[in-house]
Design a binder for this molecule. Structure first.
Ligand SMILES: [Zn+2]
Length: 170
C-alpha cells in the first residue's frame, strides 16, 4: 500500500510485504499472496486479529493509523462482485464488529471504510480483495503527514493485534 509517506518505526515482525521478501511471481498469485498466506500461519506472528467462517481480519502492515484493519475473504478473489452471498454478508458483519471493537479499545472518533478495486484505484495487492477499516481521531491528519510526509504511529503492530484480539467477541 505504498503511499509515499515515510514511517518513523519499522520493527514489525511480519516480513511478508517487505520488498526484500517479494515472492517469485509476485504477490498476485495465491502462493505469494500475503492474504492467502496469513491465515495459514499462526497467531500472533501472522497479525490475524479474528477468524470468521468466510472472512478473516488482519492488521495492515502499513497502517495509516493504529488499528488499521483489513477484512479479507479466505478465497483469492479480486473483485467485490466475485464474492458470493455468504462472503458478502460476513464481510459486512465483520466490518461492523471491527468498528465496535476499535471504538471500545481506542475511542476512535470516526472511520474510513473502503475497498480499492484494481491497481489503478490504489490497491497494493489487487488480486485479493481486502476491505480497509481505518480508525480516525481528530487531529490525526496533522502537519507530519501533510508537510513532513512522515506518519507517526505510537503503537507497535504486535501490541495493536493483542489489544484488538482480546477485545474481539468470540
Ligand atoms: Zn490471495
Amino acid at each position: 500500500m505504498a503511499d509515499g509517506l515515510d514511517r518513523l518505526w519499522t520493527p514489525h515482525r511480519m516480513t511478508y510485504i517487505s520488498g526484500g521478501d517479494r515472492p517469485e511471481g509476485g504477490y498476485e498469485r495465491p502462493g505469494g499472496c500475503p492474504f492467502c498466506l496469513a491465515p495459514q500461519r499462526s497467531e500472533p506472528e501472522n497479525l490475524v486479529v479474528a477468524r470468521g467462517e468466510h472472512v478473516f481480519v488482519v492488521l495492515n502492515l502499513y497502517p495509516y493509523n493504529p488499528g488499521h484493519l483489513l477484512v479479507c475473504p479466505y478465497r483469492h478473489v479480486a473483485d467485490y462482485t466475485d464474492l458470493d452471498d455468504r462472503e458478502t454478508a460476513e464481510l459486512a458483519a465483520v466490518t461492523q464488529t471491527a468498528m465496535r471493537v476499535i471504538r471500545r479499545v481506542s475511542s476512535a472518533h470516526g472511520f474510513n471504510l473502503g475497498m480499492n478495486q484494481g491497481g489503478v484505484a490504489g490497491a497494493g495487492i489487487a488480486a485479493h480483495l481486502h476491505q480497509h477499516v481505518v480508525p480516525r481521531w481528530g487531529g490525526d491528519a496533522n502537519f507530519m503527514p501533510v508537510i513532513g510526509r512522515t506518519k507517526v504511529l505510537p503503537q507497535l503492530l504486535g501490541d495493536t493485534r493483542a489489544l484488538l484480539a482480546s477485545a474481539w467477541p468470540s
